[in-house]
Design a protein around this ligand. Structure first.
Ligand code: IPD
Length: 281
């Protein structure tokens, strides 16, 4: 079966492992940094090389599937499956040799360009500098593989938001960042503490494995979250967006079930109040 989610997870593991080796073993002294949408939004030559490797491997293993990547140069396909890939999620960390960066690979069906119009069948988030591979397929649970072996993932059983450790991240546009900072002012006094690790894909996996109780961010793209969301869901997390249970660019939140209602109410309120700019009619 061409869309057996377990098979797709194996493919994702294989191509992510190859990209992870490239990114870690061949990190050059001169990273070839250039700026994208703003001075803080950077891309390195390695982002492009890693995406090209993913494209090349997927062309061999899954020639009929489409590929959508963070960097330019995806391709179409006729199978109905699209690989949504972030060749380096956490590029700023990669730039500074902070180990919290990842290769994110998801197999989705539907239109990954439209929120709510796609769902992930399989996903892998691989952090080469940490030696960690998070993976899941729909209905099959979530796993963490390290040199020590593979363990199933489960979210925390926290029930009180006041003692919850919450992750977040910030977009690259200066105006967005100012609004996100204002929302954070309302959140920080209500939780145990905040972490900004710098890779959305790894933040989602951190909720899955209990290193965070919850995580939220505005402005995520499908490639930042497609794989990590599935890992979190399969580990028992609850997930949603600004209005419903579909995460989108306005808001992606994910939480352990015991704090999900309280967390969703808080981050939705703060996002509406501070972050989402009402459309001018
Ligand atoms: C970024 C990281 C970061 C998040 C940004 C993303 P990139 O991805 O995931 O943690 O806060 O929103 O764009 O650009 O390094 O692939």
């Amino acid at each position: 079966d061409g869309v057996d989610p377990a098979v797709l997870e194996d493919v994702a593991r294989e191509v992510a492992a190859a990209a992870g080796r490239l990114v870690l073993d061949e990190r050059p002294a001169d990273l070839g940094v250039s700026e994208k949408s703003s001075r803080t939004d950077v891309v390195t030559d390695m982002d492009r090389r890693s995406q090209q490797l993913l494209l090349d491997r997927l062309a061999v293993l899954r020639p009929d599937d489409a590929v959508l990547g963070e960097e330019e140069g995806g391709r179409g396909g006729r199978s109905g499956v699209t690989w949504v890939v972030d060749p380096i999620d956490g590029t700023t960390n990669y730039l500074y040799a902070v180990p919290q960066y990842s290769v994110s690979v998801a197999a989705v069906v539907g239109d990954p360009g439209t929120p709510g119009a796609w769902r992930a069948l399989a996903g892998v988030v691989l952090a080469p500098a940490l030696g960690e591979t998070y993976s899941a397929h729909v209905g099959g649970g979530a796993r963490l593989t390290t040199a020590g072996g593979t363990v199933p993932l489960r979210v925390t059983d926290v029930r009180d938001l006041a003692v919850s450790l919450v992750g977040t991240g910030f977009g690259y546009d200066a105006g967005d960042r100012e609004r996100q900072a204002r929302a954070l002012v309302g959140l920080l006094p209500r939780v145990r503490d905040i972490r900004r690790h710098g890779s959305a894909a790894l933040d989602l996996c951190a909720v899955a494995c209990g290193r965070l109780d919850a995580y939220y961010e505005t402005g995520l793209n499908a490639w930042d979250r497609a794989a990590g969301e599935l890992v979190a869901l399969e580990a028992g997390a609850v997930l949603g967006g600004l209005d419903d249970e579909v995460a989108d660019r306005d808001l992606t939140w994910v939480a352990a079930p015991g704090v999900a209602d309280a967390f969703a109410a808080l981050v939705r309120g703060l996002t509406r109040e501070h972050v989402v700019v009402p459309a001018v009619s």
